[in-house]
Design a protein. Structure first.
Length: 473
């Protein structure tokens, strides 16, 4: 199979001169920057909400379980992304393995993950800037973030990827600097104080707290799989994607545990458990409110949030583009910018949904959690469903398409994908149990989307043929 299949076919008359394929411009370093950059905001905020329910030690247990799931998942997922380098990512794998309905489930779940994650990150950007400009509503900063980074993605993937790599490297440097600066004020006693929910090791409250904190442990790693959506834009994806993914997951695991442990050992960690800017607040305990280190963290720390925000915007635009190109969404959203050859309509569509989420607190605040916590949980629900169907697709394609070109094979198959699937199922069960109303919202949205899917079969039949979505007998 050719590494990338550029599609041809009928398009709207107004777009008859436009290509339906994406330019191949990305190398392994750029893909690593995308893979890490998509996720790295998770080290800056969001995860500390897990301390609310589990305590530092309980959340550490949850993070070990989730890190194991992600590590085995990524080593397995890489086989799919190299064998089927498609802008649809998980949608393409599930469509090939299970047909149109499987593609719908994976595509919907991925859309929920990638459309709901950016507003949570945008709110965190607003919170960080609010430290410097306390009189400005953080939501206005969030809105401005959407405008700026949709525009940047509009002008071309090469520029967007170069910027992503730049801010990702700065964000990693900033996290390492944070750990170094707070080290003099760190103590194991602080980290372990009140470390278990309910005050005892593995009592009922502690076990319940561990499972309730799972969405926030997932936030440490959420969206790393989004680099697969840049596969059609990668040079030699069979080689570059494995390099990006394997080095990316190692980078993120080290940073996640480092940030969590260092932040938790500075002062009273309970003061950091329900805010969007835990790292500046932790550093403030050590260096004081007027320290230049603190202000440096706020400003440079924005790069971590920007890296993920910008990268996930890139990811959701490719997912919407791929779904529209295949007839799962209106063909209108598969349009490419005549000047820049980027999916500009898909960029705008995801942006509209994100802005509505930011300014619609009453629609997403369930269970007494903050707006950000609920948006994070909704994104994680989509991600876990997508992880499960992706691993199922891996097993199915191994059986039905043994001759599919696999330049990279999941190590320790079938053990690694089985571990990823089992831990993913545990995470999904815990999330449903502890987030019932958000789960209902997720199911209602899926039901509405499935109604659209059933009503638009002719639209998919009229879409341009795509050999990557077709199972080979």
């Amino acid at each position: 199979m050719a590494p990338v299949l550029l599609l041809t076919g009928s398009v709207h008359k107004k777009e008859s001169a436009m290509s339906t394929g994406l330019k191949k411009v990305l190398g392994p370093v750029q893909l690593w920057g995308i893979a890490v950059g998509l996720v790295i905001s998770g080290e800056y905020f969001g995860w500390s909400y897990g301390w609310n329910t589990a305590g530092t030690l309980g959340f550490l247990v949850a993070t070990v379980l989730v890190a194991t799931m992600y590590t085995t998942f990524i080593f397995s997922f890489t086989e799919l992304s190299t064998a089927i380098p498609h802008a649809g990512g998980p949608f393409a794998y599930a469509r090939r393995a299970f047909g149109p309905t499987g593609g719908f489930v994976a595509g919907f779940a991925t859309l929920v993950e990638f459309v709901f994650a950016p507003p949570a990150i945008a709110l965190a950007i607003g919170a960080y800037l609010n430290v410097q400009f306390p009189t400005v509503n953080p939501k206005y900063f969030a809105l401005a973030s959407y405008v700026i980074f949709i525009a940047l993605n509009w002008v071309g993937v090469g520029i967007a990827a170069a910027f992503e790599l730049f801010v990702t490297v700065l964000a990693i440097f900033e996290l390492l600097m944070f750990m170094g600066v707070v080290t003099p004020g760190w103590s194991l006693a602080n980290f372990m104080a009140h470390g278990w929910a309910g005050g005892e090791v593995f009592n009922g409250a502690a076990i319940s707290g561990i499972f309730a904190s799972i969405p926030f442990a997932i936030w440490f790693f959420l969206a790393i799989e989004g680099a697969a959506m840049a596969a059609e834009e990668a040079r030699d994806p069979h080689r570059t994607i494995p390099i990006a993914y394997t080095t990316g997951i190692v980078t993120l695991v080290v940073l996640a545990f480092g940030v969590m442990i260092f932040a938790g050992g500075v002062g009273d960690w309970r003061q950091l458990a329900n805010i969007n800017d835990p790292l500046p607040q932790a550093m403030k305990v050590v260096v004081g409110e007027s320290s230049g280190w603190l202000h440096m963290l706020v400003w440079i720390g924005l790069f971590g949030l920007i890296a993920s925000f910008h990268g996930i915007i890139m990811g959701y635009s490719r997912q919407i583009f791929a779904l529209a190109r295949a007839g799962y969404l209106p063909r209108y959203f598969a349009g490419l910018s005549p000047r820049f050859n980027t999916p500009h309509r898909a960029l705008l569509a995801g942006g509209v949904i994100g802005v509505v989420a930011i300014f619609s607190d009453e629609l997403v605040q369930f269970g007494g959690q903050t707006l950000t916590a609920n948006i994070v949980t909704m994104a994680v629900l989509g991600a876990i469903v997508m992880y499960l169907i992706s691993m199922a697709a891996l097993f199915k394609l191994r059986r039905t398409e043994p001759n599919l070109e696999r330049t990279y094979r999941a190590p320790f198959y079938p053990v690694f994908p089985a571990i990823a699937f089992a831990l993913g199922a545990v995470c999904l069960g815990a999330m449903v149990w502890f987030n019932f109303m958000l789960t209902v919202l997720f199911v209602v949205l899926m039901a509405l989307a499935y109604g659209y899917f059933l009503a638009t079969g002719a639209q998919r039949q009229a879409a341009a043929p795509d050999a990557m979505l077709t199972t080979v007998a």
